[in-house]
Design a binder for this molecule. Structure first.
Ligand SMILES: [Zn+2]
Length: 445
């Protein structure tokens, strides 16, 4: 509308100018190649204007004709881009709807229209993943890695692919590269925690867990529990590397994070004892025994309070048991020490008390303890055999049992030896499942 009004105004101005020029006084004569034109000054000016207008018009037409191919290709390019974007949108919808074939078709259209732009490759990769074509997905994602703007997104897809294929080492390398690009990304931290704990890289896992806690990726309680397990394993690793002082510092951190885990307290007490800090070791074991008696604490106690002979040992265990006199583990530890000191009456009395403290049913381990007492006493060989026979059908003893797969373990470890789950072992009697061993040999019972 504005343009139309502008044209009207211009036309009115041109007419006014022409009328004014036509009314101008004076004459003009032009001679060109024998032709002679007599006109008024106004006529000459009008002719000049008309000539200028004709020039402008010719220039316009010329540009229109010569610029046509360029404009045509530009129009085609815009149309292709538009088509590519439409295919991308349809492909995303197909992925959301779980239509793998349609997603792949749209991904091909988008890739062709957009000249394999990185975003089209992303759609191709997702479509391939959706249809279960891991090899193609990986190829597209690898191609995306070459472009800085899509490298991080490609790494996410590649880490997932590698984890699904069970290639943890490769997944770890890729996740670490992703951390270089964006250290704060939650998925990177989550993948690193998962992969580093699974691969037993305890030092790195401790750092990733600290980051997960700091960034609130994991609730503080869970992060601390997991970190305690990781640091416990790290401490044991340092012991194997003969770095006992470092091991002790790490075990202390683990104990501070999870003061209610007897296995960590037992490791720490053993480290104190091996370092000659017997009083610290004994204090720790006795304090923990009062809270939750555990066979591993009893083993650490052996190191913390070295005994000259089995009788002395029995006296030491009596002192320990006084911290939790009615607990099953106190009676088991006393029965073991009494057996070693050949105090068979005491041994039997405490074994009976242990049965009473565990609900009146002798577990397999307690049956074997009774058998050993009878064997050691030597009065009644039939009684020993009867206890051993009874052990076969007796309920299982508490053990480090995996909460994921139910597998019992002889000793605590951060990783389940059966299913590889991290920090899933808890101290309880394993349930008897069909086709699974009823129990494991206990070192302490
Ligand atoms: Zn398991």
């Amino acid at each position: 509308m504005r343009r139309f009004i502008g044209i009207l105004v211009l036309a009115a101005l041109a007419m006014a100018l022409a009328a004014w020029l036509a009314d101008m006084p004076g004459t003009a004569t032009v001679e060109i190649a024998g032709w002679r034109v007599d006109t008024s000054a106004g006529g000459l000016a009008t002719a000049g204007l008309a000539l200028a207008f004709a020039f402008v018009l010719a220039d316009r037409i010329w540009r229109l004709v010569t610029g046509a191919p360029r404009r045509f290709s530009e129009w085609r390019r815009v149309r292709r881009t538009r088509r590519g974007h439409a295919a991308l949108a349809r492909g995303l919808v197909a992925i959301a709807a779980g239509e793998a074939n349609e997603a792949q078709r749209q991904a091909r259209l988008a890739a062709r229209a957009l000249d394999d732009a990185p975003v089209a490759r992303l759609l191709s990769a997702q479509a391939a993943q959706l249809s279960g074509d891991a090899a193609s997905a990986r190829r597209y994602l690898e191609a995306m890695r070459a472009s800085p703007e899509t490298e991080f997104a490609a790494l996410r897809g590649l880490v997932g692919e590698a984890m699904r294929a069970g290639e943890d080492r490769r997944a770890l390398e890729l996740a670490r590269r992703a951390r270089e690009l964006k250290p704060g990304a939650p998925w990177v931290t989550a993948a690193l925690v998962d992969l580093e704990t699974r691969s037993g890289d305890w030092a790195a896992a401790a750092e990733s867990l600290a980051r997960a806690r700091r960034t609130k990726l994991l609730p503080a309680e869970q992060a601390d529990a997991n970190a305690a397990a990781v640091l416990h394993e790290r401490a044991r690793q340092l012991v194997r590397e003969d770095l006992k002082r470092d091991a002790m510092a790490v075990a202390e951190r683990a104990h501070r994070l999870a003061p209610d885990r007897p296995e960590i307290a037992a490791t720490l007490a053993s480290l104190y004892a091996k370092d000659g800090r017997l009083r610290a070791a004994a204090n720790l074991v006795e304090k923990e025994w009062a809270r939750r008696p555990h066979p591993e604490l009893a083993a650490a106690h052996r190191l913390a309070r070295p005994a000259a002979n089995p009788l002395d040992r029995f006296r030491q265990v009596e002192r320990l048991a006084r911290n939790a006199p009615d607990h099953r583990e106190s009676h088991v530890a006393l029965a073991e020490a009494a057996l070693e000191a050949e105090l068979w009456g005491e041994a039997k009395r405490h074994a009976d008390a242990a049965v009473a403290a565990s609900g009146g049913d002798a577990s397999a381990g307690l049956c074997r303890l009774f058998a050993r007492i009878e064997q050691s006493r030597g009065d009644d060989p039939a009684a020993a055999s009867a206890w051993l026979a009874r052990a076969a059908d007796a309920p299982a003893d508490p053990a480090w049992t995996c909460r994921s797969c139910g597998q019992p373990h002889a000793a605590w470890a951060a990783l389940c030896a059966n299913c590889g789950a991290f920090d899933r072992l808890e101290w309880r009697a394993p349930a008897r499942l069909a086709g699974q061993p009823a129990t494991i040999e206990q070192k302490t019972v």
